[in-house]
Ligand binder design. Sequence first.
Ligand code: CAA
Length: 256
Amino acid sequence: MAEMIVTETHGRVGLIRLDRPKALNALCDQLMAELGEQLLAFDADRAIGAVVLTGSEKAFAAGADIKEMQDRRYPAVLFDDFIARWETILRIRKPVIAAVAGFALGGGCELAMMCDIILAAETARFGQPEINLGIIPGAGGSQRLTRAVGKSKAMELILSGRMMDAGEAERANLVARVVPAAELVGEAIKLGERIAGLSPVAVLAAKQAVNRAYETTLTEGVRAERSLFLSLFGTPHQREGMAAFAEKRKPDFSAG
Ligand code: CAA
């Protein structure tokens, strides 16, 4: 039984709450293993169409667990690459929405950036403060933050360890939207419900297509998008979606 996460379902939305309050949800091995297992379970569950990942009011996650990492040494870390185990989230094919309140630092910011959409509470604070510990980001922060906010701001944040607030993160395009803290999880579930009510095949394809933009060249990405787009013409949901439009009714994507 999981000890460091809490799981709920809200209709077709699976919610995972990081729940290690004494360490501000620091991402230790056990928490990451529990998170990975639950993400895979939601991904395999046909009743779930989208996942929300959140933390507490004070912290989404304050980073990798510094106390657990303190005694790790090279080359032992090379052979037991603990960060590789964090990447389960990248194998999840359904949309994952990060609902971030409070600190999202270091590995916490990186975890949020591995999600597909970030919604932020007004209280959210993002940063990559690893430089203060004599290290650098190790779960993709130097790459994903740079792609999200551009070189100059990423350099400033990563080289200085400065945190940015929710407003700055929204202006820098790191987050999709900022909402009042009290509405954060509700808004994320609402967004998840909307997505989960659409064609699951089209949603998977859309996620894949946007990720190609993020991970590859324009030519490759456009080619991948075209192939996904054309493949959707073989689905009942394309027939239903277009018929519903022509007949001026709401589409029903529950079958198929
Ligand atoms: N690892 C382990 N424990 C942590 C932690 C972390 N990343 N962040 C906070 N905690 C613990 C604190 O040690 C403290 O525990 P005790 O009560 O047992 O002392 C508890 O959580 C509460 O923290 P604070 O008392 O420090 O709370 P605060 O409100 O004064 O400060 C904070 C909050 C600014 C987030 C501060 O805790 C902090 O700076 N945390 C570390 C942030 C950080 O450096 N993150 C990067 C980690 S490295 C990384 O993530 C590598 C990677 O790229 C994968």
